[in-house]
Design a protein around this ligand. Structure first.
Ligand SMILES: N[C@@H](CCC(=O)N[C@@H](CS)C(=O)NCC(=O)O)C(=O)O
Length: 313
């Protein structure tokens, strides 16, 4: 069976982005359910401290951030490419906008009182308090816009998407879905999957129809997998050969240096390890723990800072 593993939880929108990409590519995968809040004791040995959801794993290689996961999926499974042959830059720029700007506005809309009601109904009062406390420190001062501001901008963006899908389609960039479709879909899915917000897209029927087509891609074939099994898989595997296309780090860091990699937006938990690879697309660091053996942890360059680890050198 495939050794593709996703560490995720069902309500996570960024996980839905990757699950739908698995569906589009028709992949079989192993599904490890992780907690939605810290602590995440079985995930930390794999990532070295990166706590965001989801995390993708192939044997002893661990992938942080969905932007890089999409590139890695195309590298390993070239059929049904997520990066279009023409217009890659436009598709990736739109995905970046959706993963950050649209997502933050989507959070404001999803957590309005009606959305919060559906969300809170599934949790105990204690779980809800833990969730709110966890997210306050996780977002680290980054606040979603007010509901009124979010709704006004959302209406503008949905008008534009409605227009784009009416002019072209059936997908955002024509005949096939791309990274842009997956990135725009997950914040919208996050909103409409709340019972009381299910009709949010009614004023934009083309967008609603497109989102339905996106969710109809499904999740591929999901097999439940234990967190202990994922750790054993890492331990029993060797990291894959480094990808082609490595290049020198413009900041002068070299393979062998002790470095830290940290997200520049939110969830800024540094991961420390030995630098083994840099390219314009990604950074790979090597880490060793008793639970996992040697693992290679991969991060995208965009959205992360690479520095000498404090105390090293
Ligand atoms: N840039 C990240 C964003 C991931 C993200 O914000 N995920 C949310 C869940 S959808 C998260 O990590 N929430 C906190 C948590 O799960 O611990 C990516 O593309 O993977």
């Amino acid at each position: 069976m495939s050794s593709l593993v996703l560490h995720h939880y069902p309500a996570s929108p960024f996980s839905e982005k990757v699950r739908l990409a698995f569906g589009y590519k028709g992949l079989a995968w192993k599904s490890v359910l992780i907690p939605a809040v810290m602590p995440k004791p079985d995930l930390m040995p794999l990532t070295g401290g990166y706590r965001k959801t989801p995390v993708m794993q192939f044997g002893a290689d661990v992938y942080c951030d969905t932007q890089l996961m999409m590139c890695e999926l195309d590298r390993r499974y070239p059929d049904c490419p997520l990066l279009p042959a023409a217009g890659q830059a436009s598709a990736e720029a739109m995905a970046d906008w959706a993963d950050h700007t649209l997502f933050l506005h989507g959070v404001a809309i999803a957590f309005q009182p009606a959305g919060m009601e559906s969300f809170a109904a599934a949790l105990t009062a204690d779980e809800l308090a833990r969730f709110q406390q966890d997210r306050a420190s996780f977002m680290d001062g980054l606040r979603p816009p007010s509901l009124a501001v979010a709704q006004a901008r959302f209406a503008f963006w949905m008008d534009r998407l409605q227009q784009q899908l009416s002019d072209g389609g059936p997908w955002l960039f024509g005949e096939h879905p791309t990274v842009a479709d997956f990135a725009v879909a997950h914040p919208l899915w996050f909103i409409v999957s709340r019972e009381k917000l299910a009709h949010t897209l009614d004023p934009w029927p083309k967008v609603a129809e497109w989102l339905q087509a996106m969710t109809a891609l499904g999740h591929g074939t999901e097999h439940r997998f234990g967190a202990d099994e994922a750790l054993a898989l890492a331990r029993e595997s060797e990291p894959a050969p480094l990808p082609d296309g490595g290049s020198e780090d413009p900041g002068g860091l070299r393979p062998g240096d002790e470095v830290s990699v940290v997200a520049t937006d939110y969830g800024r938990d540094p991961v420390v390890g030995e630098l083994v690879y840099t390219s314009p697309e990604r950074v790979i660091i090597r880490r060793t723990t008793p639970e996992t053996g040697v693992v290679h942890v991969h991060f995208p360059r965009v959205g992360f800072a690479l520095e000498v680890a404090s105390g090293a050198g």
